[in-house]
Design a protein around this ligand. Sequence first.
Ligand SMILES: Nc1ncnc2c1ncn2[C@@H]1O[C@H](COP(=O)(O)OP(=O)(O)O)[C@@H](O)[C@H]1O
Ligand SMILES: [Mg+2]
Length: 446
Amino acid sequence: MAVYNQSGPNRLPGETQVTRSASALDRGLERLRLAAIILLVAAVALVALVAYDAVAVTHALVVFLCLLGATLIPWRLQDAEQAKGEAAGGAAVETAVVRALVEGMPDPAVLLDRAGRVLHFNSAAGQLAPALRKNELAQFALRSPEIITALRGAIATNEPRRTTYLDHVPVDRWMELIVMPIAVPSAFGGSESYLLMTFHDQTPLRRVEEMRADFVANASHELRTPLAALSGFIETLQGPAREDTRARERFLAIMQAQATRMARLIDDLLSLSRVELSAHVRPDTLIDIVPIIREVVDGLEPLARDRQVEIEVTLPTTAVTIAGDREELLRVFENLIENALKYGASGGRVMVSLVIVAGVDGASEVRVAVRDFGPGIAPEHLPRLTERFYRVDVGDSRSQGGTGLGLSLVKHIVNRHRGRLLIESVLKKGATFTACFPQPKPPAAA
Ligand SMILES: Nc1ncnc2c1ncn2[C@@H]1O[C@H](COP(=O)(O)OP(=O)(O)O)[C@@H](O)[C@H]1O
Ligand SMILES: [Mg+2]
């Protein structure tokens, strides 16, 4: 009830909202209260007239009841007058608070009257549609057919409308528009309709969606190739090569290689998603990184012999501890050294080294560099090497059993360790991949 006391010409939508839910009885009492003085004066006058015998008591009672009834009728006359005023200048919503609210909205926002005339708009909306003017129809400034359709729909039905459209100026952006009718209760139970248009930039979301679709397409394509080879060989073995023992042996060997490739791809995909899921959790176990590198080098010795590459290892004799995940670090060095052995084999040697570089603020960084003397990588490929499935030469990578996911995995693991991956290369001179990890500060006493 107290709410009505505040409701003058400058009342706010939120303030009068309460009265909308008030019962009819409450509204009747409220009208009586507003008309109390008129009723009182009328009652005094009628009592006086009755006292002077000017009117009969029954007549006076009838007149009073008529007056009482009239106060209880929810007259709309005043509302209509007010609405006319509001349509012209939006008096009811022309308050500083409403203006500040619209201006304070982070996304472009435009407040319209029920005819679609602009009452307020914020600076973000001004940038989006420079032709917007107060008291003019919004349709003149917003020319995109999707916007006009949504706006007309909302005006006609008084229901929310949502649409997306491509905005070209100043750059291509996917925008979502929501037109939301808002009802502002007016005195005597009526309500006025306004429209709030808000625009939301959906471009980053769309980009993520596109990336995900690309990723699924790439992964399916990578899996389909070995799968097609497998199906082909199974058919051949069931048909023409059924009795050919030598062909069977050969085909089975190829099938095994294809199956291994699929298994590897799935392993890499799973590792990648595991690392991505834990990307925000920094490993907290302190481990010595030197034996991890040694273990990887030992494991890759057969591959190095096969490719006739010599691995030169320069590691400190003392322990070098970092906060890290052993399994993940194994994968990092495995990928980097294996790449150097596979793609840089022509250089004949690969150097693996570890140095500790002191930083400015006392923090130091552990840098593990893997250097090869092979063909190197052209500069235009460098920024994209860590993208999933990106390969300089797809055929070369596939023939070496590659999946194109190795460096992407390396980057994710290094990031999770709060480190960084540096890639340097000079064509024909080889490439150097350096994984850098922050070294925890040693305890002061030690
Ligand atoms: N040491 C290197 N020398 C030359 N090219 C490299 C080297 N390391 C990686 N590359 C290129 O980067 C691509 C991506 O590497 P990676 O993500 O490990 O995928 P994969 O080894 O499965 O193909 C490789 O296909 C290769 O073209
Ligand atoms: Mg690789």
